[in-house]
Design a protein around this ligand. Structure first.
Ligand code: ATP
Ligand code: MG
Length: 358
């Protein structure tokens, strides 16, 4: 008997209501083609939810997500929210924290047919999502920054063995399923204790994966290597802030912001989330590129396949990826990739490619 996956749909702000439904339609077509049963649950989140529920992240949304296998999260534009919501932790931060989605997994893969700095990159960045130098995500006391006097600001960072081990295992498992290469990124020559511990713990976990080749670089050197030879890297594991910066760089050199997908995962839940923001400058015009959101969905299906040891969602993921790749390679793409297709036209073309057995 096949498993039914219950997935949430959180459209979010800006171009969210355009790209999230597009990604859901494509996932539905891929699920149909592979015998994967999906049950979609639409839930309020973001600016529209402030009007209807008085908050961008209603408790009922969190409670409903608790019972689901995963969800699609649209982008949000929290700087435009009225106070007090503007100062709150943003919706994705709130959900990452609430569900302890400790691994942010961001691939950077060049598309045949799309112009990019590097046309043969195929790497994945695994970013630790709960610790490091990001105040609002720190697990200790909730305050990573403080000002002892009005003219002095101090930042704290935290790295723990426990959080490093769990994210390292996600990265090594991923490397094992790919080209079996893992790069640890740190700054152990300056941030000796914190990022030094991160490197040490990753190297200890490496002993459980003798089949994976491991190297490591300082974050500054790594930016140079990525620009010069992104194609040589497979899986990169790093702490929160380095991962944030590095994944924007990797995403940009391998394609456009509109194509960079991600998931945020714990051991038992995953959230599909495009790497880009809500793009308020182009919302409502049917020109946004839905690819990042579509491929984030494919990543969620791959994650479901591994979590439930079920080949059906893995097949759906492959079909989604192939449908997108074939559509772009055949010359249909949105404006940001140099094409002229609308969001709707691109989505229809991918569904056609899937139905034709892409
Ligand atoms: P955030 O702080 O939410 O990450 P941001 O300021 O980084 O937002 P984005 O919303 O990601 O900005 O947009 C940056 C630029 O990229 C904008 O010009 C936007 O139109 C463009 N952009 C972002 N996503 C897409 C997309 N899916 N399709 C086309 N263009 C996009
Ligand atoms: Mg941004």
């Amino acid at each position: 008997m096949s498993t039914t996956y219950r997935l949430g749909v959180l459209e979010g702000d800006g171009i969210g209501p355009e790209i999230v439904p597009a990604a859901v339609e494509i996932a539905t077509a891929a699920a149909r083609a592979t015998g994967t049963t999906l049950d979609w649950v639409t839930l309020p989140l973001g600016a529209s939810s402030i009007d209807t529920h008085g908050t961008p992240v209603p408790d009922e949304t969190k409670a409903a997500l608790d019972g689901l296998d995963g969800w699609y999260l649209g982008p949000h534009d929290s700087v435009s929210y009225p106070e007090p919501h503007k100062s709150d932790l943003n919706p994705s931060g709130t959900l990452r924290k609430h569900f302890q989605l400790f691994a942010n997994i961001r691939p950077a893969k060049s598309f045949p047919g799309a112009t990019a700095v590097c046309d043969n990159a195929d790497l994945v960045i695994v970013r630790e999502n709960t610790e490091g130098f990001y105040a609002d995500r720190n697990t200790f006391a909730g305050t990573g920054e403080f000002m002892p006097t009005p003219d002095t600001a101090i930042m704290l960072g935290i790295i723990t063995r426990e959080a490093t081990e769990r994210v390292a295992r996600v990265a090594f498992d991923l490397a094992r399923s790919r080209r079996k290469k893992l790069t640890i990124v740190h700054k152990a020559n300056v941030l000796k204790l914190t990022t030094g511990l991160f490197r040490t713990v990753c190297q200890e976990v490496a002993k459980e994966y003798p089949d994976v080749a491991v190297d490591d670089f300082h974050i500054d050197a790594m930016t140079v290597h990525l620009v010069r030879r992104a194609q040589d890297f497979d899986v990169i594991v790093t702490e929160n802030m380095f991962g944030d910066i590095l994944s924007d760089l990797a995403g940009e050199i391998s394609g456009s912001l509109g194509t960079a997908p991600s998931i945020n995962a714990s051991a038992d839940r995953a959230m599909a989330q495009a790497s880009h923001g809500s793009a308020p400058d182009i919302d409502g015009q049917d020109i946004a590129n839905p690819v990042a959101m579509i491929l984030s969905g494919a990543m969620l299906f791959e994650w479901l396949a591994a979590r439930h040891d079920d080949p059906a969602p893995a097949k759906a993921a492959k079909i989604i990826e192939a449908g997108v790749a074939r559509t772009i390679a055949s010359g249909t793409s949105t404006r940001d990739l140099g094409g002229s297709a609308t969001t709707t036209e691109f989505t229809t073309a991918v569904i056609k490619a899937i139905e034709a057995g892409a």
